[in-house]
Design a protein around this ligand. Structure first.
Ligand code: AMP
Ligand code: MG
Length: 268
């Protein structure tokens, strides 16, 4: 499945070619339930050996437009994972201190150590997305960032981090419906922000910014995946499947058994 949603390194992405409502061979949630469950369970097992072996780290980067489903993806896909070995970091508007450093300073500090899964809810990609669309830095600054990001991710990969990046792609229509739902349900009002509606006005600019980030920063060591995300259940299936496939490929092993385990006597 990973291959199907992978952005081939060096290719030029046009999001118009992708259907955010795509759901493969599945017509409804109930058809994906068993497979998702299997992936959740598999991820639980793989995390145990990731932790025990403590050789690799896994970094998941989640990007999406507002209401794109980053939080829901984390909630569903990682529900089987041991919280002790998993760290979720949400990147908000940078603080003054963060802005006084290079843009990767706060990111680097949050990368997972060996044995851990790190999840980025937004990421360094905001520095070529919202920053570009909202003119928060001059073009001469953000233009250099694509290459800086590639080099940074290369360093992480070279030191044992498996990086998987997901763009959760929803349609503008679907976003509109999700905003409406946030307004109508008092228990969802807190999710609504007027800034999100403002950003919606820049939809076209965001699409272009995403196309550039996806095209210029999908690399063999840190590939991007474009996930059709109008259907939450299909999105969860795709993300979980790609993660499981990648971890499987690492061919991880528990540390060798103690040669004399049977001879060790535990005193009363
Ligand atoms: P949310 O994820 O909805 O809680 O909102 C976080 C907000 O922080 C979003 O509006 C992002 O666009 C914004 N944000 C994240 N990273 C940056 C950044 N590097 N520069 C400016 N805004 C950012
Ligand atoms: Mg927001």
């Amino acid at each position: 499945m990973a291959q199907q949603f992978l952005v081939p390194p060096g290719s030029q992405v046009s999001l118009a070619d992708y259907d955010p409502g795509y759901s493969g061979d599945y017509a409804q949630k109930s058809e994906t339930k068993e497979e998702l469950e299997r992936n959740v369970e598999r991820l639980r097992e793989l995390q145990r050996v990731l932790w025990a072996e403590s050789k690799h780290a896994l970094l998941i980067v989640l990007q999406a437009l507002d209401a794109g489903g980053k939080d829901g993806t984390i909630r569903h896909v990682f529900r089987g994972v041991n919280p002790q070995g998993c760290q979720v970091t949400g990147f908000k508007v940078p603080t003054e201190e963060e802005l006084d450093h290079d843009f990767l300073w706060r990111i680097h500090k949050a990368t997972p150590r060996r044995g851990y899964i790190g999840i980025f809810n937004r990421s360094h990609y905001e520095d070529v997305l919202v920053v570009r669309v909202r003119n928060l830095a001059p073009e001469s600054v953000w233009q250099q960032r694509y290459e800086q990001i590639n080099q940074f991710e290369k360093l992480l990969a070279a030191t044992g981090t498996t990086i998987l990046k997901f763009f959760l792609y929803i349609s503008k229509e679907e976003q509109g419906e999700r905003f409406e739902a946030r307004l109508q349900d008092p228990r969802k009002n807190w999710k609504f922000s007027i800034g999100d509606v403002e950003d919606r006005g820049y939809w076209g600019d965001y699409m272009r910014a995403y196309e550039d980030a996806l095209s210029r920063c999908s690399t063999p060591w840190a590939p991007w995946h474009i996930v059709p995300a109008n259907h939450k259940w299909y999105r969860n299936l795709v993300v979980s499947q790609i993660i499981v496939e990648a971890l499987d490929k690492l061919d991880m092993h528990y540390p060798p058994p103690l040669p004399n385990a049977s001879e060790i006597i535990i005193p009363d």
